[in-house]
Design a protein around this ligand. Structure first.
Ligand SMILES: Cc1cc2nc3c(=O)[nH]c(=O)nc-3n(C[C@H](O)[C@H](O)[C@H](O)COP(=O)(O)O)c2cc1C
Length: 174
């Protein structure tokens, strides 16, 4: 299959809005949009590229959330070799003013799972243009994926999404 699959959670909030904006940057024939609870219905290994997005809702909340099982279920699908060397990209929602010390921390949790699966991370993103004091989602001075802040910088989302998708195309060769 020559398609990119976008997988996101939760539904009905900023993550879904942004997942849809990313989806709209692709031709309909080359993209699928799914919430992670639909991942059972598809073959993750068949995508040319996978994009995964979520929001940070606090470390404690992430660990205890009832939704946690959904992420675990999704992540368990990476086991084996289905993602080996596959281009994967992450986008994360956060709020840099209310949570400046833990800005978009949740992206790193997803990134580590991709690492374990042997995937090839694409779409690292500069930290320039955001105002925060700490984030676990930075490696070599870059965010591990696209950071979107619909609470404080929603006016920048469209431009960031557009630029990131064109970066993904180059890095993943699609
Ligand atoms: C209870 C709660 C905890 C949050 N904790 C963080 C946080 O630790 N770091 C961060 O960057 N944003 C944090 N946020 C902000 C959300 O990530 C942000 O509002 C996001 O856009 C929510 O997207 P969603 O509505 O799709 O879940 C938190 C929001 C809530 C409601």
């Amino acid at each position: 299959m020559n398609k990119t699959g976008i997988f996101y959670w939760p539904k009905n909030g900023n993550v879904e809005t942004c997942a849809t904006k990313i989806y709209e940057q692709f031709d309909k024939s080359e993209i699928e949009l799914h919430s992670i609870d639909e991942a059972d219905q598809v073959d993750l290994g068949s995508y040319k590229m996978i994009i995964v997005g979520g929001s940070t809702v606090g470390a404690d909340v992430w660990e205890k959330a009832s939704d946690n099982n959904l992420w675990n279920d999704f992540i368990s699908k990476f086991e084996g070799k289905i993602l080996k060397d596959k281009p994967v990209a992450i986008f994360g929602l956060g709020d840099q003013i209310l949570y400046p010390d833990h800005f978009v921390n949740g992206m790193m949790i997803i990134k580590k799972e991709f690492d374990k699966a042997g995937a090839r991370l694409v779409g690292r993103w500069p930290t320039v243009g955001y105002d925060f004091t700490g984030s676990e989602s930075i490696e070599n001075e870059m965010f591990v994926g696209l950071v979107l802040d619909e609470d404080q910088q929603d006016e920048l989302t469209d431009e960031r999404v557009k630029s990131w998708v064109s970066q993904l195309r180059k890095e993943a060769g699609i």
